[in-house]
Design a protein around this ligand. Structure first.
Ligand code: TXA
Ligand code: MG
Length: 312
């Protein structure tokens, strides 16, 4: 049994003790809950991959609380520095060349000479990072391939007994993972649509962001076609549920079921998405999902729904 404790000064010290001993601690961020361990400890990182059942070729995001630490871990171009200044702390992950002074273990980077970095905009996550004092790698705190967790209870449902402590900071504000952008090539490339709208990022990049399709092989290594998947089968862009199907609606509608946002607000829908999938999954084998407009945050929501619906 893993304890869930509120995130506060005393529990942060306890968590830091676990982390220093090579343990695993789940913590809230503004996007989803992360499963954190000492990024510099290869044994802890191996334990983390095993707890999640995550394939080793899928590298982790290192979380930092300051630009000073970020610059120790990665090489920032002027443009990358400008983007960090604009969007950090926040739901943006930047893939950059590893710095010679980097401390993140090879295995956490899956052997790549690049590193994914993020400064989360969550007071609890930042307090955890400051208390620990060094980068923490933290993938989403779910079983690999399953729906991402947006509450401490979701983490416990997936990883009870496999992690040392769960820090509870309430439901996540954004509800969908960070946007990932690579600064490795000549132009910045979008690797994962996420909680920072692509159009806002692209505008800050002066319109230079490269956004590619699924099949050209340019995406984050962990962007598997089947991911974020409940046990139930999903039917997308549905007008109404068929007999026996659960209903996941969007916008005002007379159809009874779960609604992502009756007001048709994409931000609210993103926040509710993963919890709604978990709730419906507990009651139905099949779920019909309403059409979600593919603009703004709808892009990231539809990306998650398509992966949740995909069967190999
Ligand atoms: O919002 C988030 O990003 C959450 C919270 C906890 O911070 N974390 C998260 O981590 O979503 P995870 O492990 O579920 O997704 C990380 C993604 C994976 O698709 C991985 O392949 C990609 O980041 N990634 C990590 N390092 C990379 C690298 N060097 N190059 C390209 N992609 C990388
Ligand atoms: Mg994940």
């Amino acid at each position: 049994m893993t304890a869930i404790v509120p995130i506060q000064q005393g529990t942060l010290s306890l968590a830091a003790m676990h982390l220093r001993g090579g343990g695993l601690v789940a913590m809230p961020t503004e996007t989803v809950y992360g499963l954190a361990c000492n990024a510099a400890n290869p044994d802890a990182v191996v334990r983390l991959y095993e707890a999640k059942g995550r394939p080793r070729f899928n590298p982790l995001i290192a979380h930092v609380a300051s630009m000073e630490i970020a610059e120790q871990e990665a090489v920032f171009s002027d443009q990358a520095r400008e983007i960090a200044a604009k969007f950090w702390p926040g739901p943006l992950t930047m893939v950059l060349p590893v710095a010679p002074t980097g401390t993140v273990s090879d295995i956490a980077r899956a052997g790549l000479d690049t590193i994914a970095l993020r400064m989360p905009a969550h007071p609890g996550a930042l307090a955890m990072l400051r208390t620990f004092g060094k980068p923490l790698v933290a993938p989403s705190a779910n079983r690999s391939g399953h729906v991402s967790p947006t509450t401490a209870q979701h983490v416990k449902a997936d990883l009870d007994g496999k992690v040392d402590l769960i820090l509870d900071g309430g439901p996540c504000e954004r509800g969908i993972e960070s946007t990932i952008v690579s600064f490795i090539g000549e132009r910045p490339v979008l690797l994962r649509a996420g909680a920072l709208e692509t159009s806002i990022l692209n505008e800050a990049l002066g319109g230079t962001l490269v956004v590619r399709g699924e099949d050209d092989g340019i995406s984050a290594p962990g962007q598997l076609k089947s991911h974020y998947a409940p046990n139930a089968h999903l039917r997308l862009n549905a007008d109404a549920p068929e007999p026996g199907e659960g209903w996941l609606g969007f916008g005002s509608s007379p159809i009874p079921g779960t609604n992502l946002s009756e007001a048709g607000d994409l931000r609210e829908a993103a926040k509710n998405l993963f919890a709604a999938l978990r709730t419906l999954d507990a009651g139905f084998d099949r779920i019909a999902v309403a059409h979600i407009p593919n603009e703004g945050l709808g892009e990231a929501i539809n990306d998650r729904l398509a992966r949740a619906a995909h069967r190999d």
